[in-house]
Ligand binder design. Sequence first.
Ligand SMILES: Cc1cc2nc3c(=O)[nH]c(=O)nc-3n(C[C@H](O)[C@H](O)[C@H](O)COP(=O)(O)OP(=O)(O)OC[C@H]3O[C@@H](n4cnc5c(N)ncnc54)[C@H](O)[C@@H]3O)c2cc1C
Ligand SMILES: *[C@@H]1O[C@H](CO)[C@@H](O)[C@H](O)[C@H]1NC(C)=O
Ligand SMILES: *[C@@H]1O[C@H](CO)[C@@H](O)[C@H](O)[C@H]1NC(C)=O
Ligand SMILES: *[C@@H]1O[C@H](CO)[C@@H](O)[C@H](O)[C@H]1NC(C)=O
Ligand SMILES: *[C@@H]1O[C@H](CO)[C@@H](O)[C@H](O)[C@H]1NC(C)=O
Ligand SMILES: *[C@@H]1O[C@H](CO)[C@@H](O)[C@H](O)[C@H]1NC(C)=O
Ligand SMILES: *[C@@H]1O[C@H](CO)[C@@H](O)[C@H](O)[C@H]1NC(C)=O
Length: 622
Amino acid sequence: MSNKYTIFPIIVAALFLVLSNLPLVAAIPESVLRARHVQSPKDLRKSYDYVIVGAGTAGLTIADRLTESPKYTVLVIEHGRFWNPSDPNGDGQRAHLYNLTSMPQIGLDNRAIPLGMGFGVGGSSAVNGMAVMRGTVQDYNIWAELGNKGSTWTWKGLVPYFRKAIHFVPPDPVLASDFNITYDTQAAWGQDNDTRVYASFPGGLNPAIKIIYNGLRQAPNIPFPRDGHAGSHGVFYYPLSVNPNTRQRSYSRTGHWDGLNRPNYDIITSARATKVLLDKGNVVTGVEFIFTETGKKHTVKARKEVVVSTGAIHTPYLLQLSGIGPRGLLKRARIPVKADLPGVGANFQDHPIGPPIRFTFTNPPPPPTSNSTHLPPSEGQGQGLVADLPLPIAAPFTFSTIASSLLDQNPASFAAPGTDSSVLRGYKAQNCLLAHQMLSSTPGSLSFLHWVVGYPTAPGANPINFHITSRGTVTINPANLSAPDPVVDYRALTNPVDTDLMIAYLEFYRRFFGPEGPLAEYAAVETVPGANVTSREDLARYIRATYIPQAWHPVGTAAMMRRELGGVVDDKLRVYGTKRLRVADASVVPILPGGTTQLTVYMIGEKAADLIKETWKGKGGV
Ligand SMILES: Cc1cc2nc3c(=O)[nH]c(=O)nc-3n(C[C@H](O)[C@H](O)[C@H](O)COP(=O)(O)OP(=O)(O)OC[C@H]3O[C@@H](n4cnc5c(N)ncnc54)[C@H](O)[C@@H]3O)c2cc1C
Ligand SMILES: *[C@@H]1O[C@H](CO)[C@@H](O)[C@H](O)[C@H]1NC(C)=O
Ligand SMILES: *[C@@H]1O[C@H](CO)[C@@H](O)[C@H](O)[C@H]1NC(C)=O
Ligand SMILES: *[C@@H]1O[C@H](CO)[C@@H](O)[C@H](O)[C@H]1NC(C)=O
Ligand SMILES: *[C@@H]1O[C@H](CO)[C@@H](O)[C@H](O)[C@H]1NC(C)=O
Ligand SMILES: *[C@@H]1O[C@H](CO)[C@@H](O)[C@H](O)[C@H]1NC(C)=O
Ligand SMILES: *[C@@H]1O[C@H](CO)[C@@H](O)[C@H](O)[C@H]1NC(C)=O
């Protein structure tokens, strides 16, 4: 039984892990033609038109688009360094992650959860699992419902930016026919030659995935959209952010910095922003930062705008340090209040990776074959296939009870103590929108990532809940402002609906692999957690012990919502109560979409650049 499909290590959601990567080819030679890497604060210009904080996924997208016109200058301030994730002789991804650990989670038997966002030029796009996905039509339409009147953050309004964000390359026809990968370039994708962040398919997929795919094909009512990126979900394949020519990671640095010969585009590295500077009228004047090589503080002036793009963990932290956040928290930290915005650091969400469920086929099928290029077995474990099902199909017996309990809730019972009433109103509004989605049979209304390991003889999964209901916090530590990272609290499973959903997903797998399911002939026996774990209490205990509240998709901590709902930015991404200050990164996402988040963040960057250009058009702007 030592064929290569027999035993796979139980790697939780390998795709999302730092170490999953394509085979490495030789390092790309550093381009000679490029904008300027400023080595020391003394080499900065006196002032810049635009200062962007964070050279990550959104930050570099915006910087590229704003420097297309040579008339105006842009500085990007980055805490980390330049590095090349495809360089086999480099210092590796570990060195380019923040090393954070959450507060002990009461809902998880007091486990503290490690999390690591990207640190360095490219941000999280340089270290991520490279899955390219987006949510459904409803996932984005609800953003507009939480936003300002006339918001253009709807599916229809955002499609042009999704197209602009990624250059799509269709799969090889042999691979496509082998695995039945269907796609719809016209409906879903862009192929703009000015866009150098690519989405493409690998040379091969794990052939064992065919067993699961065929099983899903035989299960009742499961939607199979032609392209899961065209607004509707179900079971579909997704591409990876890989350059199809070099086979290397395609990310914000390669797409929005390398090869650009623009004297108006500067990046300073080893520069940790510590404050956004506002004048008496709360108009942005610049940014204060520490140059970490000397430990010295510096400031740089912004003539037009400052854009904060430090990601959903560090953005609320930087805003709070700047006096923008919940008044009570700022007072405790003795930070002068510039703008009392209770939503800064609230509404924190990530996609949780659920508990493992594993089976053994006692009458296993022969290992499926493939006529496309094979990947080594440690790669592509289920990579490429997602099952994101409407809740009435995933949980036919419990979906309406779950939706009603969410509708009936008083969010104050589950929110962090002292949560402001505006933030609670926002949570209530979100619950209504989510409950509505749960009842909908439109594909993608509620979802899990179908994760399969160890098949065909030992299949299993870790369900991922794409739409969680618990809401966490990210804050400064008011007792110690010199700590370089914020206090992160997922408040995992504080809302009992999240436990109900996980139980429903585990039960889906039991039906799918069980004697009444489409794979009955293979006679699966459940090995983990075991067929005796069935009562609600036992399942809930198992979930508490194994649930991981994050898949590296943090969002929501500077949400784009109406101010009376606890919003932090308006639909032009301007921070309420300030002038010329925007946030553009994963923190503005008000509610997680059903899918991994990088494409959504690139889209936000593209739209932010247009919003900035519009503001300054005819007023001395780009
Ligand atoms: C390990 C991992 C795996 C993932 N897997 C996937 C996946 O497979 N598919 C997918 O779609 N998404 C994935 N994601 C999520 C996706 O990559 C992120 O949602 C997205 O990249 C976030 O972009 P951002 O612009 O908000 O922040 P980032 O890209 O993280 O950029 C923030 C930048 O700000 C810098 N910074 C922070 N604080 C400061 C400061 N004070 N001063 C100066 N600079 C600062 C950071 O160093 C960083 O460069 C993954 C993320 C991680 C970390
Ligand atoms: C995280 O730890 C690694 C070492 O494991 C280190 O190289 C890296 O610089 C640390 N990240 C930060 C942001 O300090
Ligand atoms: C590859 O295999 C599939 C069946 O798995 C078959 O339908 C297809 O025609 C094959 N393609 C080529 C080019 O051989
Ligand atoms: C391939 O996908 C198409 C479109 O969804 C479907 O009609 C067809 O039955 C699928 N073929 C196989 C072999 O699953
Ligand atoms: C992009 O470039 C390719 C190759 O030069 C060309 O065939 C294609 O038409 C171009 N696409 C667009 C949208 O201009
Ligand atoms: C504050 O945090 C810094 C950095 O983590 C640490 O070195 C210092 O000891 C802390 N101070 C207190 C009073 O806890
Ligand atoms: C299920 O059975 C296993 C093995 O016999 C045992 O270790 C475990 O405690 C049981 N779990 C429950 C909830 O009964």
